[in-house]
Design a protein around this ligand. Sequence first.
Ligand code: FAD
Length: 416
Amino acid sequence: MVGKESGRQRRPGDPGRPAATERPEIAVVGAGIGGLTLAGALASHGAPYVVHEQTRELAEVGAGVQLSPNAVRPLLRLGLGPALEEHAVRVEAMEVRGWNGRPIARTPLGAACERMFGAPYLTIHRAHLHEALLSLVDRDRLGLGRRLSSAYEHPDGSGVRLTFDDGTVRAADVVVGADGIHSTVRETLRRDEPVHSGLGIYRGLVPVDALPDGAHARLVRLWLGPGGHFVCYPVASGAYLSYAATVPCASSAGESWSRPGDPEALRAVFGTWTGLVADIVTAVDATHRWALHDRPALRTWSTDRITLLGDAAHPMLPFLAQGANQAIEDAMDLAACLADAPLGEIPRRLARYQSLRIPRTAEIQRGSRGNAALLHLPDGAAQRRRDARMAVHAALRDRTALYAHETGRSVVPVPA
Ligand SMILES: Cc1cc2nc3c(=O)[nH]c(=O)nc-3n(C[C@H](O)[C@H](O)[C@H](O)COP(=O)(O)OP(=O)(O)OC[C@H]3O[C@@H](n4cnc5c(N)ncnc54)[C@H](O)[C@@H]3O)c2cc1C
């Protein structure tokens, strides 16, 4: 439908402007972890939605993602228990060591985490999580090959016009930008740019069978060294270790998640590190590398009809492993805010959503930035003080603010 608005069906006789009491159709831009969780949560409430995704074929990068209880609880509520059971790994503990193997801290997870926070700490291949989320979405409501080029909110409150790269124009009552760190929807609200952290990351998978026996342990392991750190954990029911190796990176060029990296360059940095780190980089035959960016926290991210979620709203460095977890939290709160809202209520519901989410995500953005310097201290007095602090704060109860946070259940809109 080139040049002509298409979208939801209006009632007969309605010239195009919906009544304030009508149920709005929600257009979600982006079918990543955040967009699909939102679509799945809206579907569970029976709310009308449509998803527009730029890629023609949905595929996720070959890497893992850590899911903490604050995100696992809502995923279980959405019915993803069996899929997580099939593919994810229940992590027993998180261990932190120095680059030379000296122990720094150990946080027990496993059964203790389930008792304390009502859900396990999981690690999963991104493709498996994506596939599980897709199962919640009605395929007729998922449009692939639709790259949004602009969103225009009509000043008279009649909705939003979405224009796609192929010239298609669609009308929407509400638009959610779940379109990642380079969000086109965010551009309509704010003029800012991603900020390069000075760091880059290598990521990939290694078959566990190619590694010594100890590699099988159900652990999230971190090794900290001067200027960089190395993380690994099992995915695909334990068949692979997903690794992420952070290094200094002067240039912010080549940011794509699928850009090939040089395994020799990875080995040159980490080949001299202790035990399993050296074993993993020795076993790597292909890797991906990209520069790490975030953006400053926003004070507002909603208008009357447009809002943001996930990396579009609050892209963060991966040093608290919360980007995807926060996208899931956003999606659950936003779905709860919008699910039963008639059109006339939408501006207040979007305001409510951002008031729930901005303080929490801004703090996690700041914490993730702060960790960048902390994790990469040179050996010496400051590093020893950091190690001592990490050991003291390794108890599971120290994660309460992060892991106990509840979403989507008791979201009551503010009174008029
Ligand atoms: C190295 C690394 C490790 C990480 N590890 C973790 C972890 O362990 N735990 C964790 O919680 N988080 C982690 N994260 C962060 C996490 O991956 C992201 O925060 C999360 O994927 C964000 O999801 P999203 O849905 O907001 O965005 P994305 O996953 O970026 O999805 C955006 C979607 O929008 C589509 N899109 C973009 N532009 C358009 C357009 N114009 N029109 C239509 N569609 C469009 C894209 O194709 C994509 O499908 C990590 C990140 C990095 C870089």
